[in-house]
Design a protein around this ligand. Structure first.
Ligand code: C2E
Ligand code: MG
Ligand code: MG
Ligand code: MG
Length: 284
């Protein structure tokens, strides 16, 4: 009897795996056409100066409007896009669109120091940095300076030993592109690399902010990361701030910037503009 059940389970399991494979194939096909069909959109989440409560930057976050499935969150397709290399094309679209949108916001009166950050996948550094070719001409053509678009990478990329990856990072730095370390504190990085690579911004991972009000441990870790950033003269952004207590604790610890649902969820460009770049907001 148990053997029977076992065999059924086995078949059942195979069916699920096959189903997964088919679903993935379908997802890859859909991703391919999504680029051509213009199904992507960038949402923007404000990054707030915790001492003045003013917006200083924004993070561009991709959204995929699938014709049948509706909105597909990035966590469901970015890793597949990375696996099959489509992230290179998608990433280039993201960077260029963010730059166009920023140029647009500057016309609406965004501060000259206002920056947009984009997430750049490690794969985009591994294909020889295709997205970087013509990048500087592109931003210059939009009237933006090289430091207007921040490149967010994960800390693991900093430790990458591949020469081409390192030389691309160095090239970005030399050209004045700010580098932010995303999800800081959960990956592997050595402190000396932060300095050696002359990182500009640390983004404290949301997991440290989540239980900040209740866990003294999280609070200590946030404090250490903020102090580290201060010592290295690196800007620091806390991610995933959801309530007032968290905001207050971080501000008291000297954290310069914050991002999270407390301030705003990521918004489509039109809503983002209305909320933050409306004439009445700019005049304050
Ligand atoms: P990330 O770069 O760490 O982005 C922050 C994520 O946290 C975003 O999720 C944002 O919506 C979410 N978030 C922000 N504040 C809060 C909060 O207070 N509470 C909660 N629960 N969540 C908050 P999203 O947009 O779903 O993106 C997830 C991840 O997908 C990003 O994490 C990033 O790793 C990746 N991603 C998004 N857009 C792109 C892109 O254009 N290119 C690449 N390569 N990756 C992207
Ligand atoms: Mg990010
Ligand atoms: Mg993050
Ligand atoms: Mg993340």
């Amino acid at each position: 009897k148990s053997k029977e059940t076992g065999r059924n389970c086995h078949h059942f399991f195979n069916a699920i795996m096959l189903d997964d494979v088919l679903k993935k194939r379908e997802l890859i096909d859909d991703l391919r056409s999504s680029i051509v069909n213009n199904e992507f959109e960038l949402y923007y989440q404000p990054i707030i100066d915790l001492s003045t409560n003013k917006i200083r930057k924004a993070e561009a976050l991709i959204r995929w409007h699938h014709p049948v499935r509706g909105m597909v969150p990035p966590l469901e397709f970015i890793s597949v896009a990375e696996e099959v290399g489509l992230i290179v094309e998608i990433g280039e679209w993201v960077a260029r669109t963010a730059a166009q949108d920023l140029a647009d916001l500057k016309k609406l009166g965004a501060d000259e120091h206002f920056q947009i950050s984009v997430n750049v996948s490690p794969i985009q550094f591994k294909d020889g940095g295709q997205w970087m070719s013509h990048w500087f001409e592109y931003v210059a053509g939009l009237g933006l300076s090289h430091d207007a678009i921040i490149v967010e990478i994960t800390e693991n990329l900093l430790m990458e030993s591949e020469e081409s990856v390192r030389s691309q990072l160095t090239k970005l730095k030399k050209q004045g592109v700010p580098i932010a370390i995303d999800d800081f504190g959960v990956g592997y990085s050595s402190l000396s690399y932060l300095q050696k690579m002359d990182v500009d911004i640390l983004k404290i991972d949301k997991s440290f902010v989540d239980d900040l009000e209740t866990e003294s441990n999280s609070r200590d870790l946030c404090q250490i990361m903020i102090m580290l950033a201060q010592h290295l003269s690196i800007q620091v952004i806390a991610e995933g701030i959801e309530n007032e207590e968290q905001r207050m604790i971080l501000a008291n610890l000297g954290c310069q910037f914050g991002q999270g649902y407390l301030f705003s969820k990521p918004l489509p460009l039109t809503l983002f503009k209305q909320k933050y770049f409306d004439d009445s907001v700019l005049s304050d």
